[in-house]
Ligand binder design. Structure first.
Ligand code: ATP
Length: 275
């Protein structure tokens, strides 16, 4: 392991967040699925605590149970053994303190941007005047002001992502569960969305679990990166990313610490690493 990682835990930003209250705990969690009488184990022996305000990136080979981990936090799947604890209570049923974002933006095609963002507020029964103020605030937050009346089909890929992000934030979830949300975007747009998500998550002090196949993205966005082994998956590394809250994602490629961390992650995931 390199010097950067050895010394990582001493960095102030990482240390302060590690001392924050625990929001999510996995305690000896395993998950299997039985389909047509055949049981497959997706993940096993998952033990991890995630502290308030941490952005935790998750990487690992396809099928190792990364999405399953998010689904268990959201309460969409129950663990087969062990428990997932959220703010001290076992998760049972839908966890309303979390919000989900995937590769697909799931915008409603028949509603304009403002109405899409309004949907969660309508469901929550927020009065119209408050709703309008909140929509304006969210549109500004994600840089979409002026596009209120546009329909999803009239938006670029990046604008759709921003609209989906604004709608997610309208629920004001404490924890954001993000499953490869930027995977379908071109490199430039992806970088912009990463920058925006990074700023927003820190500004709003959200706890974020972010699944990605992109190691650079895992380092650029995370305070910490969990590395999964192949299926049935478990967490084999928990790597601090001590780049701080004031990192400039657009300038990271010039930062030797960033390259060193990316190199370390590559080393950890190379197939013969544990051989
Ligand atoms: N609802 C389900 N029913 C049956 N099997 C499932 C279900 N959800 C996930 N699995 C299985 O559990 C395993 C882990 O799936 P999961 O989607 O969590 O992996 P992943 O690491 O997110 O994969 P990827 O990187 O390809 O998205 C896979 O073998 C998958 O087929």
């Amino acid at each position: 392991m390199t010097a950067v990682l050895k010394n990582a835990v001493t960095f102030e930003a990482v240390g302060a967040k590690a001392a924050a209250p625990t929001v999510i705990s996995f305690r000896d969690v395993s998950k299997s699925f039985t389909v047509k009488g055949v049981t497959k184990q997706a993940s096993h022996s998952i033990n991890v605590d995630i502290q308030q305000g941490q952005v935790v990136t998750i990487i690992g080979p396809s099928g190792c149970g990364k999405s399953t981990l998010l689904n268990m936090v959201a309460g969409l799947f129950a663990p087969t053994t062990g428990e997932v604890v959220y703010r001290g209570e076992p998760v049972s049923g839908i966890n309303g303190r979390t919000g989900y974002m995937t590769q697909s933006d799931h915008l409603l095609p028949w509603r304009d941007v403002a109405s899409n963002i309004a949907t969660p507020l309508e469901i929550q029964g927020v009065p119209k005047a408050q709703r309008q103020a909140r929509i304006a605030e969210l549109m500004a937050l994600v840089g979409l002001t002026g596009n209120e009346k546009a329909y999803p089909s009239q938006l670029s890929g990046g604008m759709r992502k921003r609209a989906a992000l604004a709608r997610l934030l309208a629920y004001d979830p404490e924890t954001l569960l993000m499953d490869e949300p930027f995977a379908a975007l071109d490199a430039q747009l992806r970088l912009r969305m990463q920058t925006e998500l990074f700023k927003l998550s820190r500004q709003l002090k959200k706890t974020v679990l972010f699944v990605t196949h992109d190691l650079d993205e895992a380092v650029a966005l995370g305070d910490r990166c969990l590395i999964f082994s192949g299926r049935p998956g478990t967490i084999v590394r928990d790597v601090p990313i001590p780049l701080g809250d004031d990192r400039n994602i657009l300038q990271l490629r010039k930062d030797p610490r960033y390259h060193e961390l990316c190199g370390d992650l590559w080393e950890f995931i190379t197939p013969d690493h544990d051989a």
